[in-house]
Design a protein around this ligand. Structure first.
Ligand SMILES: Cc1cc2nc3c(=O)[nH]c(=O)nc-3n(C[C@H](O)[C@H](O)[C@H](O)COP(=O)(O)OP(=O)(O)OC[C@H]3O[C@@H](n4cnc5c(N)ncnc54)[C@H](O)[C@@H]3O)c2cc1C
Length: 383
């Protein structure tokens, strides 16, 4: 058993860190307060080869493994938390689902733009009446000749104002087996947007309305049964979210650690007060434990052993440790930590969201409990 990254991964992490220091350190605070998805930033990060790290070279990716993506996300987040979002979005989430299941023709149409940072793929999964119970989704897809007609509403689609393409989960028929997904370009007649809104993190989202929205059948990503097929891949997804949540929390922790060493009150550095020392020590243990759980999940997935249990445990630990670290950082820095003058305030808002998105902490605990007790617990009310 080895608790260190390999020599190649360390060297890769160092080179990403150098790039981030050189190109991303300046402007990190302003970037955090920009609600839009920055294509300029995405192009810069793409030029560094940090989009599509886990995708095959034949598809225009870097042919790396999940651990490489973890290392890259975390090295960038150390310097610029907002830029880590771009690295994450270029490796996990809808782009990864797309790269995994798209036909060669679909990849030829869209993937190059995503990997060059020129276009962005949004996710339309959540609906007003289908959040955690995602398989309750009601957006329908009706096949009519060589067209598919989509009707329904999606909510909370991150950066929907900037997305050029949407990966939309739809219902071709009843039950979980009837769920699949389609690709809908911005500008398609029948797709309209609601009033712009924003998450607590500042990221913009808008409601997506599909009314008699006709797309060519060639834009079906996965037909009926597709959702079930994708569930296995979802374990791996959680690794991206975990990496970013933990690293953004650690970013805030580091700012606060330096702050309490330098800031003096009552004639001595804040770091000399034991009440603060113990909180920093407790959070250090949580950050380190979560990091090891994340490495375990990523290393085993890279060995071909992705485990729903290990990725759920890793996401739960990383989401909680990341938020707790950011919360401590705000408190330890006083009003400065609560102010927009400091990135700590942004990290607090940002890490909070990941306890809800991508599998809430409660849903993850449900998954872990199933492993603990060796049985499934039906969440649905009996009809
Ligand atoms: C930052 C952020 C970005 C997002 N981006 C996107 C996006 O790009 N595209 C998209 O489609 N969606 C996106 N979402 C939406 C996200 O997928 C949903 O918020 C999530 O699935 C939870 O659904 P909900 O918000 O409707 O909460 P609900 O499902 O209503 O849950 C409310 C609370 O009840 C708890 N709960 C629910 N069921 C159970 C249960 N069985 N046991 C115990 N507790 C339970 C939940 O954990 C939660 O705490 C995003 C959300 C956030 C916060």
């Amino acid at each position: 058993m080895d608790f260190e990254l390999g020599a190649e991964q360390k060297a890769f992490g160092d080179s990403v860190r150098r790039f981030a220091q050189d190109k991303l350190a300046e402007g990190a605070l302003a970037r955090a307060h920009d609600p839009a998805y920055s294509f300029e930033l995405a192009r810069l990060i793409a030029d560094q080869g940090l989009l599509g790290i886990v995708m095959p070279e034949a598809d225009g990716g870097q042919g790396g493994d999940l651990m490489d993506a973890v290392v890259a996300i975390q090295a960038v987040a150390e310097v610029c938390p907002k830029s880590a979002d771009v690295v994450q979005a270029g490796n996990f989430g809808p782009i990864r689902t797309f790269a995994e299941y798209a036909s060669d023709e679909q990849k030829a149409r869209y993937l190059g733009g995503f990997l060059r940072g020129e276009t962005f793929i949004g996710l339309g999964m959540t609906e007003p009446e289908a959040g955690s119970a995602v398989t309750d989704l009601a957006t329908t897809a009706r096949v009519e000749g060589d067209e598919v007609v989509v009707d329904g509403t999606k909510v909370f689609s991150t950066h929907s104002g900037d997305a050029t393409l949407f990966l939309v989960y739809v219902r071709f028929g009843p039950g979980t087996g009837g769920i699949g997904s389609v690709l809908i370009e911005r500008g398609t007649p029948g797709l309209s947007f609601g009033r712009p809104s924003a998450f607590m993190s500042g990221e913009a989202w808008t409601q997506l309305y599909f009314e008699n929205c006709r797309i060519p059948a060639s834009n079906v990503l996965l037909g009926a049964g597709g959702f079930k097929k994708q569930i296995a891949g979802f374990n791996v997804e959680r690794i991206g979210n975990s990496s970013r949540a933990l690293a953004v929390g650690r970013h805030a922790y580091e700012i606060a650690r330096k702050h309490v060493l330098g800031r003096r009150q009552f004639g001595r550095p804040l770091a000399e007060f034991q009440g603060l020392q113990w909180r920093f020590a407790d959070v250090a243990v949580k950050l380190d434990s979560a990091q090891l759980l994340l490495y375990r999940a990523a290393a085993n997935a890279d060995r071909g052993l992705p485990s729903a249990y290990e990725t759920s445990v890793a996401k739960l630990a990383c989401n909680q440790a990341g938020f707790e670290a950011a919360d401590l950082a705000v408190q330890a820095m006083g009003a400065m930590g609560y102010s927009q003058e400091s990135l700590v305030e942004y990290c607090f808002r940002r890490t909070r969201g990941w306890m809800i998105a991508g599998g809430s902490t409660e849903i993850l605990k449900n998954r872990v409990a199933e492993e603990v007790f060796g049985r499934k617990f039906e969440q649905r009310a009996k009809s």
